[in-house]
Ligand binder design. Structure first.
Ligand code: PMP
Length: 367
């Protein structure tokens, strides 16, 4: 089989071991005579897969007992509507929700939420062209917000929060809702600082089609009457994510990824490896004038590294040469152009060094 390094932002690279195990178990899961795809979601086989996945995710992220873990559908974009429909009911209507705009994904969340609440733009990174997180003391938070929405890793812009901001004093204790789609499980996180953590699975967790929602129990039960039942977190939590048929195969693969993480030292070990990979790549980009990364040092993403060639007329040649070396999916998001290397948990360090070797050789040839 040909070795490639896949730098896609998502759906993205998965651990080879996980794919091999899934292949081996494809036709006959643990002597059941069935593929996981064919199992009833209420049968004992699938329930055991589901329970192990929830238990392992809880352990990996040290999720406190007063939080529910939900596996839903609809992706991060679905949650942009599902979250306000579940949370604005915490306040009298129309409720206010604060948004910290740090890039494309928080921007999309802000826009969608306007359908359900007074969405307040408490801070925006627009002035810096989305290269820095606005300083905490510049945020204009509302006194009585239902919640504060942040995207802790902006997949397109390459900006990452290093910590959960403290907003309680200014908002009267509003919970923080965090879109962690593109860096969940890549670094240690203190779940207790958040009201809700959510993310699509297709970057660091598994295949597209599963959305993970980690929600503090006191935030359940406030859904607006218009909220579809399948998206009402309380109903989903009470049914152990089986209010409707869950994405069973995706949950199974996610469970295998959780087991892989546990075998490899868990989130702490991943974080060390991710720091090492990011330092190598940014270190090289910073050492040359040929490539540019504009994101402020304080908030550069360890997962998504956007960069530009100083001479953008070389973009096509760069991508063609990368493909020849089997370095795939390096083209930046169409909204920002340039290049982007996504280096999620499953990207081995050898993938990053192969990329750096290519960056050097390309520069030598064209610089
Ligand atoms: N939030 C972030 C940070 C993302 O990176 C993405 C997808 N790239 C989304 C939300 C949207 O996810 P989905 O396409 O699964 O709805």
């Amino acid at each position: 089989m040909s070795q490639v390094y896949n730098f896609s932002a998502g759906p993205a690279v998965l651990p080879k071991e996980v794919l091999q195990q899934a292949a081996e178990e494809m036709l006959d899961w643990h002597g059941s005579g069935m593929s996981v795809m064919e199992m009833s979601h209420r049968g004992k086989e699938f329930i055991s897969i589901y329970e192990a996945a929830v238990r392992d995710l809880r352990e990996l992220l040290a999720v406190p007992a007063n939080y529910k873990i939900l596996f839903m559908q609809g992706g991060g974009i679905g949650q942009n509507a599902i979250i306000p429909m579940n949370l604005v009911g915490l306040k009298t209507q129309p409720a206010t929700v604060d948004f910290i705009l740090t890039g494309s994904w928080s921007g999309k969340s802000f826009k969608e939420a306007k359908k359900y609440c007074n969405a307040n733009l408490a801070a925006t990174a627009e002035d810096s062209k989305f290269t820095a997180i606005p300083a905490r003391d510049s945020w204009r938070l509302s006194k009585d917000a239902a919640y504060v929405h942040i995207c802790t890793n902006e997949t397109i812009d390459g900006i990452e929060f290093q910590d959960a901001p403290d907003v309680a004093a200014d908002t009267g204790g509003a919970p923080i809702v965090a879109d962690m789609s593109s860096h969940i499980l890549s670094r240690a996180v203190d779940v207790s600082k958040y009201g809700v953590i959510f993310g699509g699975a297709q970057k660091n967790i598994g295949p597209a089609g599963v959305t993970v929602v980690i929600v503090r129990e006191d935030l359940l039960g406030h859904a607006l009457p218009i909220c579809p039942s399948a998206f009402n977190w309380k109903l989903v939590a009470e049914a152990d994510s089986m209010y409707n048929t869950p994405p069973t195969y995706g949950i199974y693969i996610a469970g295998l990824v959780f087991q892989w993480l546990k075998r490899n030292g868990g989130v702490a070990a991943m974080e060390q490896r991710n720091i090492e990979k990011a330092n190598l790549l940014y270190g090289y980009l910073d050492s040359t004038e040929f490539y540019i990364n504009r994101v402020d040092n304080s908030c550069r993403s360890r997962m998504n590294v956007p960069f530009y060639l100083r001479d953008e007329s070389l973009n096509e040649a760069f991508l063609a040469g990368a493909k020849e070396r089997r370095l795939l999916q390096l083209k930046g998001h169409k909204s920002v152009g340039g290049m982007r290397a996504s280096i999620y948990n499953a990207m081995p360090i050898e993938g990053v060094t192969a990329l750096i070797d290519y960056l050097k050789d390309f520069e030598k040839k064209h610089g």
